[in-house]
Design a protein around this ligand. Structure first.
Ligand SMILES: Nc1nc2c(ncn2[C@@H]2O[C@H](COP(=O)(O)OP(=O)(O)OP(=O)(O)O)[C@@H](O)[C@H]2O)c(=O)[nH]1
Ligand SMILES: [Mg+2]
Length: 855
């Protein structure tokens, strides 16, 4: 019996809850059928949900099929509750994406698709409301293939055409279809699991059409997940039961969880906790079955834990990474006089454990609570919850959008913390990343100068806090922060010293950088009566919006584009006014981009970076036995370690340029392949005004990047599997035996190394192998074969190593993988494509042949 957790996702009102109901009823789990529209659906159980007819909280139900035990998670579709939806993604084995046959692929559907891609979740598509659909199946299939993925395949009829289209999706399927004109269910299931095929079925959840077939598809074409023997679980939700007992909803990923097991973890404030599991409940709708144990693949609710939070990893599981969809509107809480700020703060802190995206912030100065929200509906729901659960009638006042900051140039930050009997020193390199990258942390510090455990601690300190920028004190983003050096003292370094040094180093770096203020943007569609178009265009221009020429739809004009959220948020009311209620504005969050009026915002916020004592850029040094504060701009003179940038600049004084042929000296825009990749990942650049700033910095970056100094030996790093799957002859061998292909590649590269005389490192991914510590096989002093350890891909390994090697060596990396090329360039190494490597290897083989002939 397979145990799987499957989530249902879609744009609001597509019929997720109705489909869940139909699946449960068809599988025999429900005796009585409820309906969203009658306020008695099995999964829309909350009073607010029934009242509004929408799903607000994710909920679970159990389905027992012939071969599969499914925990179904129904999620909210409204953008205001996307944080709730995004949290469930973390625990899904598969997703069902519901498409409304009447509307087709909507903007939010595309966002969901990107999130599923990002989380590597295999997807089944149910095209619902076909009883009302205006489009034919062919039209809808075309739309899915164009807007989502070309491998969306109609699974309604399994005929010759079907197998032919399957064959184009995956190599194993292709071989099987070529040989047998058909494909085995296992092969299809495996292609679905790998996200090579996305099965689509049509139907109507309300009319029970296509529902039975869909259930069968889920039962037959899914695969169980491998589980680790040790206990691991992911907390995706915190809620309260009817008696107000706190419940931790988790998905077991390894081992077995028993009632009365003791669980432990470290809380965000750094304290350790151990608590006993009181009850394990398997929920289905509002009802639950108590259980003694829970197994991998199962999702259950546990009572007895008071300190867990959504996004926490227990046992062998790591915490979840930062969510992608974020609230952008800030509110201050206005409390009635009888409620003290501290009572309210306790309530908000509890709600924050349930929804960490609330980002509850207490301003000591103003004695005010600030929170972040997605929109008006979430606000109304929060108000209701405060009243019901905490008897607090609060009002909320919009306090503007959430700004962020990034930097435009690479800088080095230095931090030192040495009051009497304390010691820690940290050096960080802060480098800008493309928009939407978030913060990334690495270490290239040598372990003989700073022990690995201290390094790990510094990386934890980098990740544990929302670091504030120096323009407005807003959170920083889109930067790569690398630990380059640090020092500890054998006797005096204590827990907490590195936290001080790290925070100070970040701020000291930011003080030197050219900072950029970012603001949230919306993608909007504005529909107004044709006579109002002049007014609309003027307003949008004033807001700093970027839009295409108006389209005419009958007596209406439609404008589409991007605009700063700050202006758009309140623009709805203006539209209603000047169109006399006939206009319509719809907005979807669209990430962050440089602020249109930074000076104005910076002045309004009036942030004084050096007066922000909680985020000081200064350092503490020991002078005559006492700790003395040293201003950030003088810290460098006192530091005990060498500056990374300075030592690189000095070694650059003796320029030995690498051969021009391989050097990457052009701009990003000149490299067509890279440009395409960049655009695929981060969106089109040229046509988009807002993004100009990042063209500037990405174009500048490779140019101003210091050339590597090839003092030491030349290195060639090869991404093994990447080459195997790009070189035709190896690919053929790999189809028979991967071991044989690997051996062949190693043999070829060894002869090549003999001719070329470089140092050679061949890297193979072995990161999916559980508990694998990784290994390095040294064939001789010049050739190493690396198998990456668990959770480390070949490209992370290559990135780490190139970073270290480029100090002293001329490094080339052979790969055809897009993302990796981008990272490698950033590190100052040179890339060669799989084809270039093949040519070089062929040339070396020819040379060897001619030597052999001569001798
Ligand atoms: N005609 C028709 N109506 C449907 C079908 N499926 C759902 N509906 C209707 O569509 C509306 C929304 O259905 P829900 O199941 O609440 O949609 P949802 O995706 O769960 O919505 P949220 O959870 O709020 O995002 C309801 O009025 C349903 O009765 C269908 O197959 N055909
Ligand atoms: Mg719903």
């Amino acid at each position: 019996m397979k145990r799987l957790t499957i989530g249902i996702l879609a744009h609001v009102d597509s019929g997720k809850t109705t489909l869940s109901e139909a699946l449960l009823y068809t599988a025999g789990e429900l005796r009585k059928l409820g309906r969203v529209d009658h306020g008695d659906a099995f999964l829309d159980t909350d009073a607010l949900e029934r009242e509004r007819g929408i799903t607000i909280f994710s909920k679970q139900a159990c389905l027992h099929l012939e071969n599969t035990e499914i925990t179904l998670l129904d999620t909210p579709g409204h953008v205001d509750f996307s944080a709730e939806m995004e949290r469930t993604l973390w625990v899904l084995d598969y997703a069902i994406l519901v498409i409304s046959g009447t509307d087709g692929v909507q903007r939010h559907t595309e966002t969901l698709w990107k999130l599923l891609h990002h989380s590597h979740i295999p997807v089944f598509l149910f095209i619902n409301k076909m009883d009302l659909a205006r489009h034919s199946r062919e039209e809808l299939m075309n739309e899915l293939q164009n807007k989502l993925h070309k491998n969306c395949i109609d699974f309604s009829e399994q005929n010759a055409d079907f197998f032919e289209s399957l064959a184009t999706c995956d190599e194993t399927l292709m071989n099987e279809v070529l040989e047998t004109d058909s494909a085995r269910p296992e092969t299809i299931a495996s292609a679905i699991r790998q996200r090579h095929v996305f099965p689509c079925l049509f139907g109507s959840a309300l009319k029970f059409e296509g529902v039975k077939e869909f259930l069968k598809l889920l039962d037959d074409d899914t695969l169980p997940l491998p589980a680790c023997p040790e206990f691991g679980a992911k907390v995706y939700k915190i809620s309260e039961d009817e008696q107000g007992r706190r419940m931790t909803h988790l998905k077991i990923t390894g081992g077995v969880l028993h009632v009365r097991d003791i669980l432990e973890d470290t809380a965000p404030d750094g304290t350790h906790w151990e608590e006993k599991v009181n009850q394990i409940r398997i929920y289905s709708g509002t009802k639950f079955q108590p259980a003694d144990k829970a197994f991998p693949g199962m999702t259950c609710a546990v009572t007895g834990l008071s300190r867990t939070y959504a996004g926490e990893g227990l046992g062998t599981e790591q915490n979840a990474s930062q969510p992608i969809l974020e609230p952008i509107q800030q509110y201050s809480v206005i409390l009635p006089p009888e409620i003290s700020v501290h009572t309210a703060l306790m309530a908000f802190r509890r709600l924050e454990q349930e929804d960490p995206q609330l980002h509850v912030n207490f301003s000591d100065q103003l004695q005010e609570i600030h929170i972040l929200l997605m929109g008006e509906i979430q606000l109304a729901v929060l108000q209701h919850i405060l009243k019901e659960r905490f008897s607090i009638s609060a009002e909320f006042q919009a306090a503007g959008v959430v700004y962020k900051e990034t930097i435009r140039n690479t800088v080095e930050g230095a931090g030192h913390y040495e009051p009497l009997r304390h010691y820690a020193e940290v050096r960080l390199l802060l480098k800008p990343l493309p928009p939407g990258s978030g913060l990334q942390f690495f270490s290239i510090c040598r372990e003989d100068t700073l022990d690995r455990n201290w390094q790990r601690l510094i990386l934890t300190h980098l990740a544990e806090k929302q670091h504030s920028g120096v323009l407005t004190g807003s959170p920083i983003t889109d930067m790569k922060i690398t630990l380059t050096d640090g020092r500890a003292h054998k006797k005096h370094t204590e827990g907490g010293d590195f936290r001080q040094a790290t925070y100070r180093a970040v701020r000291q770096g930011l003080m030197q950088a050219e900072s950029v203020l970012l603001e949230p943007y919306y993608q909007f569609t504005l529909r107004v009566p044709a006579e109002c178009i002049g007014r609309a265009v003027t307003d949008l221009q004033n807001m700093g919006a970027d839009f295409s020429a108006p389209e005419t739809h009958g007596e209406f004009s439609v404008l589409k584009g991007h605009a700063p959220a700050s202006g758009m948020m309140t623009y709805h009311t203006n539209v209603m006014e000047y169109t006399r209620g006939r206009g319509n504005l719809s907005c979807i969050p669209d990430g962050y981009a440089p602020c249109v009026n930074p000076e104005e915002v910076i002045e309004r916020i009036g942030y004084q970076p050096e007066a922000d004592l909680d985020n000081s850029p200064d350092s503490v040094f020991c002078s005559h036995g006492a700790g003395t504060l040293v201003k950030w701009n003088e810290v460098e003179h006192y530091m005990h370690t060498e500056s990374y940038l300075k030592s690189r600049a000095e070694s650059r004084a003796e320029p030995i340029r690498p051969p021009v042929r391989q050097a990457y000296t052009g701009s990003l825009a000149q490299d067509e392949e890279l440009m395409k990749l960049f655009e695929r990942t981060y969106g089109t650049i040229q046509h988009d005004k807002r993004d100009k700033s990042h063209i500037l910095h990405t174009e500048k970056q490779p140019k101003s990047r210091p050339a590597p100094v090839p003092k030491g030996a030349e290195y060639l790093l090869v991404d093994g599997y990447n080459i195997i799957f790009t070189w035709e002859n190896l690919k053929k061998i790999a189809a028979e035996s991967l071991d044989a292909a690997r051996a062949e590649l190693i043999q070829k590269l060894c002869s090549y190394q003999g001719m070329r005389g470089c140092k050679l490192i061949i890297v193979f991914d072995a990161y999916k192998v559980r508990n694998n510590p990784g290994s390095i096989e040294n064939i001789n002093e010049n050739i190493s074969i690396v198998y990456t350890k668990e959770a480390e891909t070949a490209d992370t390994y290559i990135e780490r190593v190139t970073h270290e090697l480029t100090h002293d060596h001329y490094v080339r990396v052979a790969t055809s993988d897009g993302m990796e090329q981008f990272i490698i360039l950033g590190n100052g190494a040179y890339r060669i494509s799989a084809e270039e490597l093949r040519q070089e290897v062929l040339k070396a083989e020819k040379q060897i042949q001619s030597y052999l002939k001569k001798s």
